[in-house]
Design a protein. Structure first.
Length: 451
C-alpha cells in the first residue's frame, strides 16, 4: 500500500509540474483524455444549464402519453464528431429545430467554465451544423507552430490563433493588408515572419523602409528592390505602376475571349495566364507608412501626393496584375492627409498589435469589426506579438506570431537568395551587396539615387 501511495504521489507531482511548466506536454499526455471524459459526462447537464436545449417534439410527448411512458426531457444539440487536437478539442454539433448558431456563440464563455477549458469559440459550418473549438491551455503564451502546415502559392503561415489553428496570410484571398501597432508591440517580428514565409516562394519582394533601412536591409539578398528614403520610394512606386500597366497589356493580349473558349479559361488576372507567360507576383512591404505621408515644405508635399497616389492606384488596380501591398505603421488616420482614408478603404486585411489609444484601434477595426476595437486596446504591454486580426467580413481572431530573430530571418533570406527575380522595371533599385555571402553588408546601397 505504501508503494502504491508513493507512485500516486509521484504521478500527481509529475502531472502538476507538466501543467505548470509544459502545458502542451500535459495536454498531450493527460489533459486530452480528462477533457474528453469531462465533456462527454457533463454534456447534457451543461447544455441544459446554459439554455442550449429545446423541449421534446410533440409527437414524442404524444407517444409517451399513449404508451404510458415517462415524459422525455429537453434535448441538447447532437454531437456529430468529437476530435482531439494538439491544443484542444473540436466538437461538431447538429442543432435542434429552433436553435441558432448565435446561441452557441453567446454561451461560449459559460461553456468554457463548465467544461474547465481555457477557451471556447464556435463557427457555423453549414445550415444546422456548428463547430465548437476548445483549447486546453493558453496556446499564445508560448507559440509553437505545427510541424506541418497547408502549403499553397501566395499563402503564408504567419501566426497561431487563440483557438489553436494556424493563421495564414493568403494574398490571393486578401490581396492588401494593414498592420498597426505601437513601438515594441511586435510589428517587426510579424513582418519578419511574412518575409521568411515568402522567401521560399516564387515571388518578388519590394521593400520601403524609411528608417534608413534598419528593418528590411539586413534581408536585402531576397529583395528585388529596396528604398530607404521617400525620394527613392516614390521612384519605386512609379516603377511598380508602370509594371502594372504593362502586365495589363499582357493579360489583354492573352484573354482568349473567342466563343469556343470555356469561361474558366478566359484570362482576367495573372493567375489565369499560362505558366510560361505568367509574370512574377510582387509583394510590396512598407515599413512605417507615416514617413511617406509627412511633409515640411512644398516640394515634400508634391512628393507626398505622388507617393500616396501611386499607393492608391496599386491598391485599387494591382491585384489582377499580381501586385500586393503590406503596409505597416503606428497610426493610419486622416491626420496624415488627403488620400489616406481612400487607401485604407482598399486594405482588406487588418492586423492591430498593442496600440496606445482607442483611436488607433478604431483606425483598423472601427469600420469593419467594432467588437475588435475593445480587444485591441486590452492587449497587455508584456505580451509582445499578440495582435487582433480581422478582415472586411467582420470576423476577427487573437493571434500571436512565433518569435523570429533577425538572424533567423537573414539566414532564411540568404538561403533562398537564388529565388530573387530580376525585374527590368525594378533593376535600378536592386540593392547592391558586398562582403561575405553569409550576411548583407551594412553599407548596402538601395539604388543609385541613394548611393
Amino acid at each position: 500500500m505504501t508503494g502504491f501511495t508513493v507512485c500516486l504521489v509521484l504521478v500527481v507531482a509529475v502531472v502538476g509540474l507538466l501543467r505548470w511548466r509544459r502545458p502542451a506536454w500535459y495536454w498531450l499526455t493527460f489533459g486530452v483524455a480528462l477533457a474528453v471524459v469531462r465533456v462527454l459526462v457533463r454534456y447534457g447537464s451543461v447544455m441544459d444549464a446554459c439554455g442550449l436545449t429545446v423541449p421534446p417534439a410533440r409527437w414524442r410527448l404524444a407517444l409517451a402519453r399513449a404508451t404510458n411512458r415517462p415524459i422525455p426531457g429537453p434535448r441538447a444539440p447532437r454531437i456529430l464528431r468529437l476530435r482531439p487536437t494538439r491544443t484542444g478539442l473540436v466538437v461538431r454539433l447538429k442543432l435542434r429545430p429552433g436553435q441558432d448558431a448565435f446561441d452557441i456563440a453567446a454561451a461560449s464563455d459559460r461553456l468554457r467554465h463548465s467544461f474547465s477549458m481555457y477557451g471556447v469559440t464556435s463557427r457555423e459550418l453549414r445550415s444546422g451544423v456548428v463547430e465548437v473549438r476548445m483549447t486546453g491551455y493558453d496556446v499564445l503564451k508560448r507559440v509553437q507552430m505545427p510541424a506541418e502546415t497547408e502549403t499553397r502559392p501566395m499563402r503564408v503561415p504567419v501566426a497561431l490563433r487563440q483557438d489553436g489553428s494556424v493563421h495564414y496570410r493568403d494574398y490571393r484571398a486578401i490581396p492588401h493588408a494593414l498592420t498597426l501597432g505601437a513601438t515594441e508591440s511586435g510589428k517587426s517580428v510579424y513582418q519578419r515572419n511574412l518575409v521568411a514565409g515568402l522567401a521560399p516562394m516564387d515571388v518578388a519582394l519590394v521593400g520601403i523602409d524609411c528608417k534608413q533601412g534598419v528593418e528590411l536591409f539586413p534581408l536585402a539578398r531576397r529583395f528585388s528592390a529596396l528604398a530607404d528614403n521617400p525620394d527613392t520610394a516614390a521612384d519605386v512606386l512609379d516603377a511598380l505602376v508602370a509594371r502594372m500597366e504593362r502586365i495589363y497589356q499582357v493579360i489583354r493580349a492573352q484573354q482568349r475571349i473567342a466563343a469556343d473558349v470555356p469561361d474558366a479559361d478566359i484570362a482576367a488576372d495573372i493567375w489565369d495566364l499560362p505558366s510560361d507567360l505568367r509574370p512574377t507576383p510582387v509583394v510590396v512591404l512598407v515599413d512605417e507608412v507615416a514617413e511617406l505621408a509627412l511633409y515640411a515644405n512644398k516640394d515634400e508635399e508634391k512628393r507626398r501626393d505622388r507617393i500616396i497616389t501611386a499607393l492608391v492606384r496599386l491598391a485599387q488596380l494591382g491585384r489582377a496584375a499580381g501586385i500586393y501591398l503590406e503596409i505597416c505603421g503606428q497610426r493610419f488616420g486622416s491626420e496624415l492627409g488627403k488620400g489616406i482614408t481612400m487607401l485604407r478603404a482598399q486594405l482588406t486585411g487588418r492586423t492591430a498589435h498593442r496600440v496606445n489609444d482607442e483611436t488607433s484601434a478604431n483606425m483598423a477595426f472601427g469600420d469593419i469589426a467594432p467588437d475588435a476595437v475593445l480587444a485591441a486596446i486590452q492587449i497587455p504591454a508584456e505580451m509582445r506579438g499578440l495582435a487582433i486580426a480581422g478582415d472586411s467580413s467582420g470576423g476577427w481572431h487573437r493571434i500571436r506570431a512565433p518569435h523570429t530573430s533577425l538572424r533567423q530571418a537573414v539566414n532564411i533570406c540568404n538561403r533562398h537568395a537564388d529565388r530573387t527575380p530580376d525585374l527590368p522595371e525594378l533593376a535600378p533599385f536592386r540593392p547592391a551587396l558586398s562582403g561575405s555571402a553569409d550576411a548583407p553588408s551594412p553599407t548596402a546601397k538601395p539604388s543609385p539615387a541613394t548611393a
